[in-house]
Design a protein around this ligand. Sequence first.
Ligand code: SF4
Length: 459
Amino acid sequence: MTGKSHYHIVTFGCQMNESDSERMHGIMEQLGYTAAGSIEDSDVILINTCSVRETAENKVYGLLGRLKKLKEKKPGLVIGVGGCMTQVESTAAHIKKRYPYVNLVFGTGIMHQLPDLLEQAAGNKKTMIICRPPEGVYEGLPVKREDDLKAWVPVMYGCDNFCTYCIVPHVRGRERSRLPEDIFKEVEDLTLAGCREVTLLGQNVNSYGKDFGNGYGFGDLLASLNNVQGLLRIRFMTSHPKDFSLGLIDTIEKNPKVCEHFHIPLQSGSDKILKAMNRGYNRDYYLELISGIRNRIPGAAITTDIMVGFPGEKEADFAATMDMIERVGYDAAYTFIYNKRAGTPAENMADQVPEDEKTRRIGSLIKRQNQISIEKNVEEAGRIHQILVEGPSRADVNMLSGRTRTNKLVIFPGRALKKGDLIDVKIIGGSLTHLKGEESGGNKCPCVGPIAEVQHVHT
Ligand code: SF4
């Protein structure tokens, strides 16, 4: 391997995987590699996999199949497969058997060893599998981020919840929180380099700090990060409803950089299914939580994840889910069809729902939720939102795009504005995917002053 080699990383799955891939990019560049223009030009290809859904796994297998020809043309090509799929022993063994030209299969907890592993795997004729249960937290890995304005910042890894359909606790291990001082330093450094918005990531951010055993929790972390000079916005995901305390709503109210967007997975509106899923809450509790947020933080956007077709889900259970989307009025929902994950309790549950029924239910759910999302966005007309400018709109380069504090995409004309500016925008219309706006008097937010100062110091 030489300093002139090229690498390519393919990422599947959630924001946590995106964030892990940013660390892989950082490691590869620190090793002297440069990003390849295309997968065909690569000397090293790393695939960061996801095992949460079957479709994501099938995409990985499809890609590995296509890479066979490239490997035949370029025998020196190093192929590494990492991420959640590889933590499942049988899957790692399957990759080795079915795709023997893969050099390295590595687990989620050993990214810090990637430089050594790549070196060893490159000289090996057989697929090397290095996976072990993820534990601990590794600090100090280099990171190369796509975006300099907004950044993912993991605050904890793993999950202790064991929802019966979910593979995550099995592949990402138990909850481990990063130390607050390490997170603060990362956010401070990001801000000094021009970042204005961070999204704190964890499978269940509301249980951040439980493993410290000293009472320090997610609310304390938010309050501390609210003090980072030059940082404008703090977002977080994902929140488990059962761990979302009213105390946290207090903290959010008191710390103005924390944005008014709450992603609170519902999964099902049926108490019977929630119990079978081992979610730890029921619909009354969930609705109370939503009222608590809405009463204290008017105008907050609420989004969710919903699954249909969990084993045992009858028409009445699905109707209960449909009822919940009416009652809550979600701004948006990520909807999924349940599919079996090897090694989870739900895999062997009786009463699996037929595929055509799952498809029918998700169709109805998406149709109604889309109507609700459009209604919510249309209702925004006439309101003024503070927008963080992200740059020219992809749909129309003559327009700008940015997001509200509630995380809605807004397209608007921008005259002399630039990426990173905060501007008040009057909303003039809304559709399923975005809002349309016009500058509200052209006023920039007063806090633009000190931000410009920070940018100046470091450019
Ligand atoms: S909270 Fe449940 S669904 Fe979310 S990662 Fe943990 S086990 Fe999976």
